[in-house]
Design a protein. Sequence first.
Length: 508
Amino acid sequence: MLKEMWSFQGRYRILHMTWFAFFLTFVCWFNFAPFATTIGKELHLAPEQIKTLGICNLALTIPARIIIGMLLDRFGPKVTFSSLLMFAIVPCLATALSQDFHQLVLSRLLMGIVGAGFVVGIRMVSEWFPPKDIGMAEGIYGGWGNFGAFGAEFALPMLAVSTAFISGGATNWRLAIALTGIIASLYGWIYYNNKNIQDTPPGATYRKAKKSGAMEVTSVRSFYAMILSNFGLIFALGLLAWRLAQPAIHFLSLDGMLIVWLCLGALFVYQTIKATHVNQDLLDGRKTYAPSERYEFRQVALLEFCYVVTFGSELAAVSMLPTFFEKTFALEHAIAAMIAATYPFLNLVSRPSGGLISDKLGSRKWTMTVITVGVGIGYLLAHGIGAGWPIPLAIAVTMFSAYFAQAGCGATYGIVPLIKKEITGQVSGNVGAYGNFGGVIFLTIYSLTDAKTLFEVMGVAAFICAAMCAFFLKEPKGSFAAHYEEEPAAETPELPSYPKLAYDREQE
C-alpha cells in the first residue's frame, strides 16, 4: 500500500484529494490560535475572553458533526465536502473583519461548523479501501489532514509578519485568516467539479442508512445508551453557555444563558423523539435483528471516550500551547507559535502510524489500549514542564504526548468504519463530536485553572480510558478481511485483490 500510495491513481487519487480537503478545513479551523495574544492586545480582550474564544471554536462542531454525518449518509461525501469547503469563507471573513469580542464569538462559533469536515472523508475513504487497509488509509487521511493545524500555527504567523507592510507595520493577522477561507472555498469548487472524484468505486453502490433523522440501533439497551450519549453532547454545549455568562466574559446575561439551556433542552427532547421514531419497531418488540445485522452501541460509546482522550486532548493542546510556551518561556508570540506547531506537526506520521499498527498488530482492541496508556504517560510528563526546563526538553515531551494522542486518533478510526457500514457517517459523526466534547471540557478546565492542571486531567482520563478498552472493547468482525463482510466478493477475476470495493487504474 505504501508504494502504491504515490501513484496518484484510482483510490489513491481519492485519498490524496480528500485528505487535502480536510487539511484546508483544519487550517481554517485553527487560524485563530497562532494570533490569539496579538488579537487580544489589538482588540483589548481579557485573558478569560481569549480562552473562551478557544472553546467557542470547538462548540458548534459538536452538533455539526452529527448533522453532517446524517447528510453525508444521505447525499454522499463529494457534495457534502464541497459544500462545507465553500462555506468556510463565511466564518474566515467574519473573523478577519471582527472589531470586538462579540463579533469574534459569533465568527468562531460559525467556524466550528467547518471543523466538522473530518467525518466526510472517513466515509469517502471507507468506500474505497477494504478492511485490511482501513486503519492505514484512515490514518493517512486524518493525520495528513490534521497537519493543517501545523500549517496554521507555523505558516500563518510568517504570512502575517511578511505582509505587515500592508497594515502599517502591525502583524497582518486579518489578511492571513481571510486567505485561508478564500483558498478553502476555491478548493471546494475544484473538488466538486473533478470528475475523477466519486462517492464509490465503479460498480459499487453507495449504501445509505435505511432511516434518516437519527441513528438506527439494534437492541433496546443500545437505544438507551445512544440517548445518554446524545445528552453528553448537549451537556457540553450547556457548559459553554455557562462559561459565556460568567462575569469576566459576560457575553450572555443570566436570562440569555437560561434561554440557551431551554433551547438545548428542547433540542434533546427533539433528538429523543426522532430516535424513538426511527427505532419504534425495535422498542415495541415488533422487530428483531439477525446476528449479522447487530452492533453494540456500547462499542460506539467506548470509541467516543477514546476520541475524547485522543482528539479532544489534541484540540485542547493545539489551542493552548502557543500561549503556554509564550508565557512559560517569555517568548515572542511568533516564535512560541512555531514551537507549539511541533505538536500538530507530528500528525504527518503519527496518525497514519496508529492506523498502520492497528492494521498490522493483529488486534485493534489491544492497539487502542496500549496507545491510550502512552497518551496518559505523555500528558503526565507534560504536567511537569516549567520555566526552569530547557526548551528542547519541553519540546521533546510535547512531541511524545502528541505522538500517542494522534496515533490514538488513527487507531480509533481504524475501528469506526467497521462498526456498521451503512451508518458509518453517523457513527463517525458521533465519535468525532465526542472529540470536540473532550476539547470543550478540557479547555473549560484550562480556563478555570492552569496548564499543569489541564495536562494532569488529560493524563488521568487517558489511563481510565485504557482500562475500559482492556476490559470492554471488542474486536470488530472482519477487522482484517479483504472486503467488507456485508459485501460479497466480486465474481470477475480481473480485480482479485480488491473485490467490488476497490479501483485499480491499471485494470482499465
